[in-house]
Ligand binder design. Sequence first.
Ligand SMILES: [Ca+2]
Ligand SMILES: [Ca+2]
Ligand SMILES: [Ca+2]
Ligand SMILES: [Ca+2]
Length: 419
Amino acid sequence: MLHPLRHGLVLFLSVGAMAQSIVAEGAEPNGYPNYTTIQCGQQGDGVIASVADTDYWRIQCSGAMTLRAFVGPGFAQPRIQDTVLELRDAGNTLLASNDDGSGIGLYSEVRDFRVPGPGAYFLVVRGYAAYTGSYSLDVQCGPSGPAWAPGGECGEPNITNGTACPATCWNRLAGAIASAGDKDRFVFTATSGQRITFSTGPGVTGVAISDTTLTLRSDTGTVIADNDDALGLYSRISYSFTSSGTYYIDVAGYLDQVVGTYQLELDCSGVVPSPGSMTTFGAGCIGSLGHIPRIQRRTSSSGLTYVERPIIGTVMVGDMTQCPPGGLLVIGGAFQELNPSINLGILGAPGCMAQIIAVSLEAQVVGGSGTAQWTLNVPYDQNLVGAAIEYQGIVLDQFANSLGLIVSNRLRAIVGNSF
Ligand SMILES: [Ca+2]
Ligand SMILES: [Ca+2]
Ligand SMILES: [Ca+2]
Ligand SMILES: [Ca+2]
């Protein structure tokens, strides 16, 4: 019997290439009101061409939903290193703004904005300070959820059980680690079987903290769970409570030295956060022009941050480099790798290792720079979280060897619902 998850994956593997997944920005200038239209699940492909360039993307929401958008480095060189993202209403009034998101370095995210009903919004991308370059903009539309309720600190110091400030489900709490050694304690109640995900991120006012820790405690002060860097340098604890009662969550600066403003969220949806990821394995084999085709995870210029990854409700974009320009590239997809790999020397391509047996194939012509992209539309389906897809590129190169093809390394994409 065909496993339903596998069946779903086969379906989305095969239809992924059909949909219009990547939307190029309109001609410059594309600021207000000369926006580019983007839809749920698509990825915008833009360039901040100059310090003055501000890109407006318009999305029409069909009803109540949860809107999330994030910016990362683009495909074209040079890639922007630091962005700012805003959400504005159809009248250009600012609704939310982010400089550096949680878990994506200096790139930006507007997370979990609750759209109340049908309406149009603008996502506005610009470079931080004088940064310019290419960027990607992913737009995820998820099911509607409870409204985030603002809250915050109730006065300093608030580090003892007696001075802890109140928190509840779906609070988005604003606080400040005011000085070295400041810790902020919040008190809440949980019921047996309830899962709560606590996440920190930068504050929206004042100087935002860059590095936090979280500690979850019982009513007697026993540490139940702690986290430093689940979201980049920010923190996340997702805990399923086994007994009903009063609990405490502490926010602190890293090593009790880092200071600044923060946000703490209590997500009671019960969804287990699971980061999407991309990892590469092995090596390709050399072509007639001396290049080895390479599947790459797209990173920032520093190589430290990667935003592009398979997250439900978004498009995953894979990058190939070092291919013969103008050649035919076939991207193969599979649900597991070949172990051990098969040396295609027996077929006339010595040193070329087949690392998968593909169940999906997507062909395209390589661009003049020897680069190519391919896409996977990942449906908004929590059942897909954790699914792995293995990719390997096959490039026709008749002069490379007697088989007339070379292969790339392998990329494993694991579907997630978060960073
Ligand atoms: Ca632009
Ligand atoms: Ca930034
Ligand atoms: Ca404080
Ligand atoms: Ca940290």
